[in-house]
Design a protein around this ligand. Structure first.
Ligand code: G6P
Length: 615
């Protein structure tokens, strides 16, 4: 969480920083700020509570001249969202300005020690402690700024990506990282830095992903320098060619990124499939699996770790892999797994799922799994992010940048990759017949068109949403493959409309949630044709008998539930294991329109952030 941007070069520094902050706003929007250094070495810092647009308004009449600058958009951890707690933070003598993404865990101890040495703090943030510490070390040791940064970072515990400007030194920006993302863009006699590459994709395609424990020195007119945190050693600069395009970062005529991303799904699913299901569905080419076939053949069990929406995809992964490959699968919240003394070791496969590839808990779970000897497989979206780099192997979902905070196309991409992975492993292990595999492969290839058809429900869902805009609670029910889908449907509604929604296995409803059902409590019931259809019909009747209204998502031509439910959304019938990709689309649209009717900011819901790089 929190986004940082920096630029040094001849372009308009302020414009680049502000545009970059807008691109990174998905990472947090509690406050924003910039530090601008003029060519004469004067350092101006401006900050404002709230979104980046508030900062822009604040800066209207300010001196914005600069040849170097750093900026920040915040997701508050230490200290409430306010002008004063906004980054950049100054050192006491006003000579240093710092932006930070991450958490300094031992900030309290460091702060107490600095206060004993006469440091005065003006904010409650952990970041101010770091900038004061750098200043203190520099003055005490009379050393260079790089030496002071190095020594300070060696005293710090926690996670950080930082960028620092020093008064009277407009020629350089210093940056560093540990466990929080940081990427540098190399232009023509100019450098960019950011939490991800989106702020500079239109200026350069040459990117360098800074590694943990590296300090980067960005000086105009000199090559990029990467120094080790431990000593004087200089690291090689490994330049990557970015695959991002600017059009992927724009709304393309849609009012919100979320709606654009929902409607992109026929294309994103096609991109995700490309080259992976070949020969008309008869061959599954998932190189991450095929290159490690032995691991999957010998696997005793699979443990899936993830957070949020990715955890819901993981739950579907369990149904898919257990069903097709006959390997026992457990699914854990990464945040629980990491602290629960997981019994894991050689012969186990851990699959880590993460859209951003940066979620702190998932990264920590990966480290534990690796240390214990498991083979770790990553499923991520952001190319070059930390999780794909920390895992032994993996698969990108290739759905393009997801900017709306509520995950939509990444979820269907994750489920699709898990489906292909299950099918690929089942083929290797011989737990599926050739005929079954071919048939499923053919169906998978049809999914993009099927999803396109489902999107045709848009207008009816928009209309339906008006009826339920003011519901205060919702229940989402499903069974089998559509239990995780129900959880995901409920999460989408909560995230963006702030309506309380609970997802439940439909049969479990009678052990508690049924007590809540009355005319004020609508239920969304996900009930496509599958082997549990008859069972869920009874659950639908149980809700109806208690006066609850029902929105049912059913397969086309449904005869039974359609007659009981108040509203019916029909989706094409597909094989059971593919239903989640199809049934999740109407729920994405329903939550989108309910939130819009309520006037909520769907792309930037309150308190949330897209990339959660803190515990
Ligand atoms: C945040 C986002 C969710 C996401 C979760 C896990 O809570 O708002 O959309 O599912 O983090 O993120 P990851 O990037 O690991 O999938």
């Amino acid at each position: 969480m929190c986004g940082i941007v920096g630029y040094i070069g001849d372009r308009n520094v302020y414009d680049i920083l502000i545009k970059g902050l807008h691109r990174l706003e998905y990472r947090g929007y509690d406050s924003a700020g910039v530090a601008l250094e003029t060519p004469e070495g004067k350092l101006n810092v401006y900050k404002a509570k709230g979104k980046v647009s508030n900062l822009e308004a604040f800066c209207k009449d300010k001196d914005l001249s600069a040849s170097a600058g750093i900026a920040h958009t915040r997701w508050a951890t230490h200290g409430e969202p306010s002008d004063h707690n906004a980054h950049p933070h100054y050192s006491q003598d006003g000579r240093l300005a710092l932006v930070h993404n991450g958490t300094i865990e031992n900030y309290k101890v460091l702060k107490d020690a600095l206060m004993q040495h006469g440091c005065v703090f003006s904010t409650e943030t952990d970041t101010e402690v770091l900038v004061q510490l750098i200043e203190y070390i520099k003055l005490r040791n009379g050393c260079t700024i790089i030496e002071a940064v190095r020594e300070a970072l060696n005293q710090v515990q926690g996670a950080y990506a930082i960028a620092l400007l020093e008064k009277d030194h407009p020629e350089q920006i210093i940056a560093a990282r540990k466990s929080s993302p940081l990427v540098i863009g190399i232009g023509d006699d100019e450098f960019f830095l950011a939490s991800d590459a989106t702020p500079f994709v239109e200026y350069t395609k040459e990117a360098v992903y800074v590694k943990d424990n590296e300090i980067a020195v960005l000086r105009q007119g000199e090559p990029l320098k990467l120094l080790s945190l431990e000593g004087d050693e200089e690291h090689a600069v490994d330049v990557t060619e970015l695959q991002l395009s600017i059009s992927q970062l724009e709304k393309g005529g849609y009012p919100h990124f979320m709606l654009k991303e929902i409607f992109e799904q026929p294309d994103t699913l096609r991109d995700c499939l490309r080259g992976r299901i070949v020969d008309g569905g008869r061959r599954i080419v998932l190189t991450g699996v095929l290159d490690n076939a032995r691991k999957f053949l010998d696997a005793k069990r699979i443990v899936i770790v993830a957070c949020g929406t990715s955890w819901h995809a993981g739950l579907l992964g369990k149904y898919l892999i257990q069903g097709m490959c006959k390997i026992p699968v457990e699914v854990e919240y990464a945040s629980e797994f990491r602290y629960n003394n997981p019994v894991i070791g050689e012969g186990d496969i851990v699959i880590a799922i993460s859209q951003s590839g940066e979620t702190a808990d998932t990264l920590a779970a990966i480290q534990i799994a690796r240390e214990k000897g498991a083979f770790v497989y990553g499923i991520s979206n952001v190319v070059g992010s930390s999780i794909p780099r920390e895992t032994h192997s993996g698969t990108y979902i290739h759905v393009g940048p997801e900017i709306g905070v509520a995950s939509t196309k990444a979820f269907t991409g994750q489920v699709l990759v898990l489906t292909m992975l299950a099918l690929c492993v089942a083929n290797l292990r011989g737990t599926i017949t050739e005929e079954e595999s071919n048939e499923l492969g053919e169906w998978i290839l049809k999914l993009p068109d099927i999803v396109k058809e489902v999107l045709g429900l848009n207008d009816s869902i928009k209309h339906l949403s008006a009826i339920y805009t003011y519901a205060r609670n919702f229940l989402y029910l499903g069974r089998g493959y559509n239990y995780p889908t129900a959880l995901e449907g409920a999460l989408k509604l909560k995230e963006i409309s702030y309506i309380h929604a609970e997802g439940y296995p439909a049969a479990e409803m009678k052990h508690g949630p049924i007590a809540l059902i009355d005319a004020e409590m609508p239920s969304v019931i996900v009930a496509p044709v599958d082997h549990l259809y008859e069972k869920i019909v009874s659950n639908v009747q149980q809700v109806k008998a208690r006066g609850g209204s029902i929105i049912a998502i059913v397969s086309k031509g449904d005869k039974v539930i359609s007659k009981i439910a108040d509203h019916v959304l029909e989706v094409p019938a597909v094989p059971e294991c593919l239903t989640p990709i199809v049934t999740s689309i109407p729920m994405q649209l329903l939550s989108y329109y309910i939130a819009i009717n309520k006037g909520k900011d769907v792309d930037m819901p309150r308190n949330l952030a897209k990339s959660v790089t803190v515990e």
